[in-house]
Design a protein around this ligand. Structure first.
Ligand SMILES: [Cu+2]
Length: 612
């Protein structure tokens, strides 16, 4: 039974898209009799699958608390366990899935098998657990998590990984999800497919470790771009800056990334699998952004550091009348969540010390856009400093900011100085962006919805010596010669026959629509000609620089916070962005897709390859 699933899609036929994967889901859940005709045939019958959802049951805010400190994932000794240590070739004899060989392995490690202290080694286990509490009013229930351990052995769900440039990381991911997940459930409660492909957004990662959608695996199944099923997969994260070939050493420090996140990226099932919970943070430091506010290195920025460096993951979720998490995986318009979970909890409280914090905000989807304001109890808007967009430190901080707008997968790092407030002050992260369906946001309206309460709760244990320097990380902008010489590629994002297309085609996992030479640079025109939809477009592997923005064909200003490097490009209605991108250091298969994960799963994705 161990056969590759043939997800050979025919671009010519709109109805052929996603069929195999959806058949996987339908078979598992037993919903085939109801839903299959609606999914597998025409636009006319597809409407039968749409399920009108009532609002989630009401919840009382501020009953649950987030931990005051993030516990990092602890390393695992992969030299003493039951499995051999990581190696360049897939270790299929011992149960690793049939991935492509790790690129540049011998350059980093000098031998086929890694030696102690050559890399930080981590282990994550994708597991189902039935004790997740989104809110005290909802019952404990099923969630999926990447599980790891803290240094004292506590089980951590979707733990934060602390990594450093120049120190490679290998994450061994075990897939322990139940193969029979969904059996006997309904279309709304059975969502998720237990074969997974973990993407680390947006590290400069060799393609075989990038979490390509066709690289999904389990003990019994494997995707069309793998060679064999497996129980685990080793992911090699070199933690080098882009520009390795051009600059040598560990690359170009101007390309440093900071706030990254890992999440499932399985073909046709990213939205439901991430909704199930498969998403966590990966924070990357270097000698500039060193993660140590006490750092004596004169180059160090000394931004607020752990435990005052705190990631916040926002997800829109929907619940049925019994308070059970639901999601309509078969509906090309998905399910818009009306409850916002912050690090997995609905309307929680975070207690902070009276000092500066670096808050890393992530929109983890599926479909909702946010415009966050920090307000006091009287809804008076508070100011903060904006330092990073999409995990990239800006050249200079933007002071006196009052809002953060995030499309799905966008990140913003902000610094809030809570020392300005008296002890006991209560503040709220509020979303003022209205959205009623998965098409995209509507207008901004005060006062909005409060989704996180922050209480200035205690004095810091020591003097806050963290700082916000006026210069953060320089940006390498393309020269006019580089721009003039760059070939131009046009990508149009649209809706066709109720599904989602790029240049009129659905995703074909086995065929690249662009082949790019390693070391080259291109200009990509990203266009959304529709008047109604918004698409947060994510390009894997490399950051880009937005050169121009056009709305209704007229040049529009690029907001200051988007003038650095980006990896998500929000295409509002009738918008075109002209983006300059370099393609460096590694080869293989990569993708671009809408990160409204519902659009992504319903085929708004394109494969592009880098060749030598
Ligand atoms: Cu989209």
């Amino acid at each position: 039974m161990n056969t590759a699933e043939q997800t050979d899609r025919h671009d010519e036929s709109i109805d052929a898209a996603s069929h195999q994967s959806r058949r996987r889901f339908l078979k598992l859940t037993g919903t085939a009799m109801i839903a299959a005709p609606a999914i597998l045939t025409s636009r006319r019958s597809r409407a039968q699958a749409l399920i009108e959802l009532p609002p989630s049951p009401p919840t009382t805010p501020w009953l649950d608390e987030l931990p005051s400190t993030i516990e990092p994932l602890s390393q695992t000794n992969l030299f003493s366990g039951p499995l051999p240590p990581p190696q360049g070739e897939a270790n299929t004899a011992n149960g690793e899935c049939g991935r492509t060989d790790h690129q540049r392995w011998s350059e980093f490690f000098g031998a086929p098998v890694i030696q102690p202290d050559q890399a930080d080694l981590y282990e994550l286990k994708a597991n189902a657990h039935n004790d997740h509490v989104f809110h005290p009013h909802y019952p404990p229930q099923l969630a999926w998590s990447f599980e790891g351990r803290s240094s004292n052995g506590t089980v951590l769900y979707n733990p934060t990984i602390f990594a450093r440039y120049g120190q490679p990381v290998i994450v061994r991911l075990h897939n322990n999800l139940p193969p029979s997940h969904g059996a006997g459930g309904t279309q709304l409660t059975s969502f998720g497919l237990p074969e997974i492909s973990m993407h680390l957004h947006n590290l400069h990662t060799p393609s075989e470790s990038d979490g390509f959608p066709g690289d999904y695996f389990s003990e019994t199944k494997y995707g069309p771009t793998l060679k064999k099923e497996g129980k685990f997969k080793d992911h090699f994260y070199p933690n080098v800056y882009a520009g390795l070939d051009e600059f040598g050493g560990i690359g170009d420090q101007r390309e440093g990334l900071g706030t990254l996140w890992y999440h499932d990226h399985t073909l046709d099932s990213t939205a439901p699998n991430a909704q199930r919970g498969l998403a966590g943070f990966y924070l990357l430091y270097d000698d500039l952004d060193s993660g140590d506010e006490h750092d004596s290195n004169p180059n160090a920025l000394r931004l607020p550091s752990h435990p005052y460096d705190y990631p916040l993951k926002f997800q829109d979720l929907r619940f049925d009348a019994n308070g059970i998490h639901i999601f309509d995986q078969l509906n090309p318009e998905g399910t818009l969540g009306d409850k916002i979970a912050v690090n997995g909890k609905i309307q929680p409280v975070l207690r902070v010390a009276r000092r500066k914090y670096r808050l890393r905000l992530l929109n983890a989807g599926s479909s909702r856009f946010y415009e966050f304001y920090l307000v006091n109890g009287a809804n008076v808007v508070q100011q903060f400093t904006y330092i990073a967009n999409d995990g990239n430190l800006l050249p200079s901080p933007i002071t006196n900011m009052t809002r953060v707008r995030l499309g799905v997968a966008e990140r913003a790092d902000i610094i809030v100085d809570f020392s300005r407030y008296p002890m006991g002050t209560q503040l709220y992260f509020t979303n003022r962006l209205q959205q009623t369906d998965t098409r995209g946001p509507k207008k901004v309206q005060a006062p909005g919805t409060r989704i996180l309460k922050i209480i200035v709760d205690h004095e810091p244990t020591e003097v806050d010596i963290s700082q916000i320097p006026n210069i953060l990380r320089p940006v390498r902008r393309p020269t006019s010669d580089e721009i003039a010489a760059a070939p131009v590629r046009n990508w149009t994002f649209a809706r066709k026959s109720g599904l989602w297309t790029i240049n009129d085609r659905l995703f074909n996992v086995k065929s690249a629509r662009a082949t790019i030479s390693k070391g080259s640079a291109e200009i990509w025109n990203l266009s959304n000609p529709s008047g109604g939809w918004s698409h947060p477009i994510h390009i894997h592997f490399e950051e880009g620089i937005i050169l121009n923005k056009f709305v209704d064909g007229i040049a529009a200003p690029i907001p200051v916070h988007e003038r650095g490097r980006k990896d998500v490009y929000v295409l509002g209605p009738n918008t075109r962005l002209r983006v300059f991108i370099r393609f460096r250091d590694f080869t293989g298969k990569y993708i671009m897709h809408c990160h409204n994960t519902i659009h992504e799963d319903h085929a708004m994705m394109v494969r592009w390859d880098i060749k030598e």
